[in-house]
Ligand binder design. Structure first.
Ligand code: SF4
Length: 460
């Protein structure tokens, strides 16, 4: 049996958190985290299948490990997560040196699979749904940060966006009971966690499978925000079609809920939104965004946009640029359409947009987004912001980094003596802006975190 492990994670925050859970399970099983591949006898890949380049990265890394696996027969390689769930047989076909293939539903079984691998040889076990009696989602997570934590509130997705493979891979929506979520949040708060991010594929439909009473997500936000010790609550991702006034009201009226909303647009063209099966028009999207901005003062808004969805014309793309200009995003994750086998969009081959056109549009969109982000950041210069300190800046270790309530990365000069510890709060005054971060001067280290003042709901 392996004794030291490393986990390589591709994909979204859901996958990052799954890796924390897996690390916790491996530690509970007697293993230790290693520093890197050379220091480990188990390498686990937690994969993503949303975009083609995640596949390419996985097989590239597996290819590089092939020679190492030949030199070190004790090295065990395991592949799990979304790509393994989707392509269970293909993984071993393309990389026969993989020892264990597991899916998204049997993470908790990995220690048992490793034992079977040691006794019986390579194994693939990818169930199509959660096994009855599966351990609770949060048991034993080995979290990366002691002061901030992801909390899964829901897995799977009931939507059918034409470009997305998630519903086929992760299955239908399954919500964790609110009392279980709250118990986890309380336990985290007791251990010093001050910021929680609630995770789900479509958090706005949280609880639909538990009860007909709604809106359960709004209730959950208020309850999580009321947990003693929790100073900041974030969530991702809400679907625009399900963003209810009650959720916006809960954001506005719960002091711990941060002024940050990730609202995936995907396209600004109604024709493309219909083809994508997103369930809203550009106008509806903008109305919901306006209502959220009216209710929550100083709201930072981020989004996801796909460029080059099959059939996208220049007019469609221009419509996207118009919505981007009107929405005034603080940042946007922009993606080039990548056909995922098994999705409706992948079958629209005759409508694929030529690569050179897509790349040209992508660059134009990126320029517009960067301008918007820079303008939003410049508007913050001169303001005092509260940051949750993360530690030395990755780019310049002589500076400290922290996140504002709006989720913005701020780099600031530490004091001459007694730098604030990671996980503490500090007030900084913003002195400069770039599209992806703020520059700031430290004003004071906060004795205790402070919520923003309660802001009355102005519009719903
Ligand atoms: S809402 Fe759409 S894009 Fe998001 S996970 Fe579900 S199907 Fe995929």
């Amino acid at each position: 049996m392996p004794t030291r492990f490393v986990i390589r994670t591709f994909g979204c925050q859901m996958n990052e958190h799954d890796s924390e859970r897996l690390a916790g399970l491996l530690v509970a099983d007697g293993m230790e985290p290693g520093q890197g591949v050379d220091d480990a006898d188990l390498v686990v890949f937690n994969t993503c299948c949303i975009r083609e380049n995640a596949d390419n990265r996985l097989y590239g890394e597996l290819g590089r490990l092939k020679e190492l696996a030949q030199r070190r027969p004790e090295l065990t390689i395991a592949v799990g997560g979304c790509l393994a769930q989707k392509d269970r047989e293909l993984v071993r076909e393309r990389a026969p040196h993989v020892d264990v293939v597991f899916g998204t539903h049997n993470l908790a079984d990995v220690p048992r699979l490793l034992r079977r691998r040691a006794a019986e040889g390579p194994i693939t076990e990818v169930p199509d749904g959660p096994a009855p009696g599966s351990p609770p989602l949060h048991i034993g997570a080995l979290r990366e940060l002691p002061y901030a934590a992801w909390v899964t509130i829901q897995t799977g997705c009931d939507n059918s966006c034409a470009f997305c493979i998630v519903p086929q891979v992760r299955g239908p929506e399954v919500s964790r009971p609110p009392e279980e979520v709250l118990a986890e949040v309380r336990s985290l708060a007791r251990r010093g966690v001050v910021e929680v991010t609630l995770l789900g594929q479509n958090v706005n439909s949280y609880g639909r499978d538990l009860t007909r009473r709604s809106p359960l997500f709004a209730d959950l936000l208020r309850q999580v925000g009321a947990v003693e010790g929790v100073e900041r609550v974030r969530f991702t991702s809400p679907h625009p079609k399900d963003l209810r006034p009650e959720t916006v009201a809960a954001m506005a009226e719960t002091p711990a809920v941060c002024e940050q909303l990730h609202l995936p647009l995907q396209s600004g063209s109604d024709r493309i939104l219909r083809a994508m099966r997103r369930g809203y028009t550009a106008q509806r999207y903008l109305e919901r965004l306006a209502a959220a901005r009216a209710a929550v003062a100083d709201l930072a808004v981020t989004t996801d946009i796909i460029v080059g969805f099959p059939g996208e014309t220049e007019d469609d793309f221009e419509a996207t640029l118009e919505v981007v200009a009107e929405a005034g995003y603080d940042s946007a994750y922009t993606f080039i359409f990548s056909p995922r086998p098994g999705t409706r969009a992948a079958a629209m081959v005759d409508q694929f947009v030529p690569a050179e056109v897509v790349h040209e549009r992508f660059e134009r969109l990126r320029a517009v987004v960067e301008r918007s982000a820079l303008a939003r950041h410049q508007a913050r210069v001169g303001r005092t912001e509260q940051v949750l300190v993360e530690g030395p800046s990755r780019k310049d270790p002589s500076m400290l980094s922290g996140r504002t309530r709006q989720g913005k990365l701020a780099h600031f000069t530490p004091p001459d003596h007694g730098s604030p510890a990671p996980g503490s709060f500090a007030d900084v005054v913003v002195t400069g802006a770039a599209p992806h971060h703020l520059r700031a001067d430290l004003v004071q280290v906060a004795a205790a975190a402070r919520h923003r003042p309660r802001i009355p709901l102005r519009a719903r």
